[in-house]
Design a protein around this ligand. Structure first.
Ligand code: NAP
Length: 253
């Protein structure tokens, strides 16, 4: 019997990562997801995936703490070995992240380092360390943002890190092609999640502004995103490589 493909989704306890994890499971893919603080919500996602008939497990990860990555990978591979007799996965989705809204002139070095650690350094080195456990023919999907294409005041540090992820993704696609591994970016527009205190969802003015600059006339919801990530993990998407796919309903076009 063929074994299922396995995806590792960082930040799968809430928001977009949760939606990605569930969308992957609906496509018959098993999921390892991570959480930072919210174990309870991560466990709920695991139960939902299991009720869809797929294997799932959740592990704690601080994406900003590169020193913890070896221990994290050891836990995940030990779990996979016990479950499948192999310690490999097929898809890595680098999604975990937090928001920073600060004007350029007010951004402190501490804030900069925090965004850098979570959104760039963490993604760089987690991918490097997970790569030996990604099967040839696998996929890497990095989550960027519309803010890497258009400038919105208050997002200079965050938007720059997302820009860096987009460049990194092209390098990954180039260097990993020999192993048949494709790497792509999904760049959501503004989506109604807990991100940044939930302001896209909960602040009426922000929500209305986003709707007004979006061709399809509303802010995004998690269901707009997860299916696109899951699609990139299918056989139909096998020739998509080194691409940035913006999923924003046509924001600021
Ligand atoms: N929402 C948007 O408008 C939007 C737009 C473009 C791009 N994005 C990007 O999409 C990704 C997900 O955002 P979201 O809207 O789903 O955010 P969210 O609802 O706030 O969820 C964030 C997720 O990341 C995890 N996380 C937070 N800090 C972490 C850390 N230091 N280490 C590991 N995991 C951590 C959280 O775990 P806990 O539950 O344990 O806290 C949670 O699972 C981020 O990369 C974000 O930059 C979001």
């Amino acid at each position: 019997m063929a074994t299922n493909k396995i995806a590792l989704v960082t930040g799968g306890s809430r928001g977009l990562g949760r939606n990605m994890a569930l969308s992957l499971a609906k496509k018959g893919i098993d999921v390892i997801l991570t959480y930072h603080n919210n174990k309870e919500e991560a466990d709920q996602v695991v139960s939902m995936i299991q009720s869809l008939g797929q294997h799932a497990a959740a592990f704690q990860l601080n994406a900003a703490d590169t020193k913890s990555f070896n221990g994290f990978i050891h836990q995940v591979t030990a779990h996979l070995n016990a479950q499948t007799g192999q310690s490999t996965i097929d898809f890595l989705i680098n999604n975990a992240g937090t928001a920073l809204y600060a004007p350029f002139m007010d951004t402190t070095e501490e804030q900069f380092d925090e965004v850098y650690n979570i959104h760039y350094k963490g993604v760089f080195f987690l991918t490097q360390k997970v790569l030996p456990f990604i099967n040839d023919g696998g996929r890497i999907i990095n989550i960027s943002s519309g803010l890497a294409r258009f400038a919105f005041p208050g997002s200079s540090a965050y938007g720059s890190m997302k820009g860096a992820i987009e460049v990194l993704t092209r390098y990954l696609a180039k260097e990993l092609g020999s192993r048949g591994i494709a790497a792509n970016v999904v760049a959501p527009g503004a989506i109604e999640t807990d991100f940044g205190g939930g302001h896209v969802r909960d602040n009426k003015e922000t929500n209305a502004h986003i709707a007004s600059v979006t061709a399809l006339g509303r802010a995004g919801v998690p269901d707009d995103i997860g299916g696109v990530v899951a699609f990139l993990c299918t056989e139909e998407a096998r020739w998509i490589n080194g691409q940035r796919i913006e999923v924003s309903g046509g924001m600021n076009i």
